[in-house]
Design a protein around this ligand. Structure first.
Ligand code: HEM
Length: 509
């Protein structure tokens, strides 16, 4: 009996091992096969041109701190303002005529495409940020209507002002005291991330995660959301999508962590939607409650729509404000001019924060915010996938299915677009007789342009200007550490590696 059991279990284990071996062999061969098809269709891994050689050998890192700086250098030296990274199957352009062609004239030929939506699909589902065609059109129409309403704009301003007054200013003031007492500073990028997350959650869900409370608490939602967006973006860096798809199938490694993080975000969103259904949403002002009036029987769709807003609105504003305070710290003259303007419009003793009307009167501040976004756009590049073969206005041939990227970061640094002083931080370039003048969106596609232009542009600018108008007159914010070139971490939005350490000095009125 004993012998039989032993041999039966060893037979079983042999069978299991053989099945496992066959399964993994099959999986391995399948992966290799898919990988070869993938690279033969969309990439050219054997390309020996100087750009591809430098990309593959990483030799560009000898001269540049960031990939975006190397691409900028290549684009500046390209006669058409367009380059090809063949090994990535990517055409990158900083040519404004091309940008107009992609984002407006042939908009229908350049959707986000399947490669993008697959990568972000688990986190964003069918949310606006991740879909094309009819579903995008429906959400765009509904969201434009809501975001254009006076009620939601006032709610957004109220939310921003409350967060500034009750959390951000006291925190900066406390930091100023510790600078005086023991010369310590804070990571402004982290503070602005917390600030933006509180705001976008209140605005989208009517929920306060309290990330900027004085103890700077750990928020499960913020951490899960961070992890989910980071791991989703990292999928795009795999050599083949099959790699992450297999990891997801087996629920292992980063894909296991991604599933867990997405579950935290989804559970919370579902719980809020359920509560809203039970308690009523008609009198509530947040975006979710307002969307509930238009999408009444599909809670998963509702959740997808709102999570898209969290992703679109959180890191972008953080990144924009981080770049702004970085530039201000190095340009005290600009800082002084903003201070003078805010004091003139609000009066020198400011208990109240700026209203919409007062912000409209601050032309120099508006110019400074636009100028900082020109040099440090939160979305440094953005890709589309061609539906059909095409030719761009500069003569570049685009093959069906290939990737085309416009590059706002490089465009902000092109002499042929902004003139010989393009690398200088000069708000004055946006002013005519002291009045702010908007630039052509295809020359400045920081918020994208055309039918799919950012839906949160006005809110983002209001948010950034409110923070600047509240902090600049009250505090000197100085970036500390060696005055090095900024180093960005890879991801969907520009984020500084290692944060942005600053010292804050409160000014006496
Ligand atoms: C400085 C801050 C911001 C910048 C630079 C920015 C930039 C952009 C860009 C470049 C896109 C196009 C992305 C793509 O299609 O691949 C976009 C889309 C979008 N943004 Fe923003 N954004 C900012 C803030 C916000 C805020 C605060 C919100 C929400 C309140 C928001 C909501 C959206 C939405 C919903 C879309 C998708 C629009 C569509 O696909 O039709 N954005 N944004």
């Amino acid at each position: 009996m004993m012998t039989f059991e032993t041999s039966s279990s060893s037979l079983q284990s042999m069978a299991t091992t053989t099945t496992g071996f066959l399964f993994f062999s099959f999986t391995f061969l399948f992966t290799m096969f898919s990988f070869l098809i993938f690279i033969s269709r969309s990439m050219k891994p054997w390309c020996n041109c100087p750009t591809c050689r430098s990309y593959l050998s990483m030799s560009w890192t000898k001269n540049f701190s960031n990939l975006c700086d190397w691409y900028t250098h290549l684009l500046q030296n390209s006669p058409t303002g367009t380059i090809h990274v063949h090994v990535l199957g990517n055409t990158i352009t900083s040519n404004r005529d091309n940008v107009e062609h992609i984002l407006k004239t042939r908009f229908d030929n350049y959707p986000k495409g399947k490669p993008f939506s697959t990568v972000l699909g688990d986190l964003l589902g069918r949310g606006i940020f991740n879909v094309d065609g009819g579903s995008w059109k429906f959400q765009r129409k509904m969201a434009s209507l809501e975001l254009g309403s006076v009620a939601i704009r006032s709610y957004a301003l109220e939310t921003v002002m409350d967060e500034i007054q009750t959390r951000l200013i006291p925190l900066m003031a406390a930091s100023s005291e510790t600078v005086t007492a023991n010369n310590s500073g804070l990571d402004l990028q982290d503070i602005l991330r917390r600030f933006s997350f509180d705001i976008i959650c209140k605005f989208s869900f009517g929920l306060d995660p309290g990330c900027l409370l004085p103890s700077l608490p750990v928020s499960n939602l913020a951490d899960a959301f961070d992890l989910a967006s980071k791991l989703s973006a990292e999928r795009a860096m795999n050599a083949s999508p099959m790699i992450w798809k297999l990891k997801r199938f087996f629920k292992i490694g980063s894909e296991k962590r991604l599933i867990e993080a997405i579950t935290v975000v989804n559970d919370l969103a579902n719980e809020i939607i359920k509560q809203r259904r039970e308690m009523g949403f008609a009198t509530r002002k947040d975006l979710l409650s307002r969307f509930m009036g238009s999408v009444n029987d599909d809670d998963k769709y509702l959740k997808d729509i709102v999570v898209s807003f969290l992703l679109a609105g959180r890191d972008t504003v953080t990144s924009g404000l981080t770049g702004f305070f970085n530039l201000l710290s190095k340009n005290p003259k600009v800082e002084e001019l903003i201070r003078e303007e805010v004091n003139r419009v609000l009066g020198p003793v400011q208990d109240n924060l700026a209203t919409f009307e007062q912000m409209r009167q601050m032309h120099y501040l508006n110019a400074a915010v636009h100028e900082s976004l020109r040099l440090f756009p939160p979305v440094q590049f953005d890709s589309k996938y061609a539906e059909k073969d095409d030719v761009l206005p500069d003569g570049t041939v685009v093959k069906k299915g290939s990737r085309v990227t416009y590059h706002p970061y490089a465009m902000g640094r092109m002499e042929n677009i902004w003139g010989p002083d393009c690398l200088e931080f000069k708000p004055e370039r946006w002013l005519k007789d002291g009045v702010f003048v908007q630039e052509c969106p295809f020359k400045y596609p920081v918020f994208q342009a055309g039918p799919r232009v950012c839906l949160g542009k006005d809110l983002a600018l209001m948010n950034m200007k409110s923070v600047a108008a509240a902090l600049v007159p009250r505090f000197d914010v100085r970036v500390v550490g060696p005055n090095q070139e900024l180093r960005f971490a890879p991801g969907l939005t520009a984020t500084l590696r290692g944060g942005m350490p600053v010292k804050v000095y409160e000014k006496g009125y």
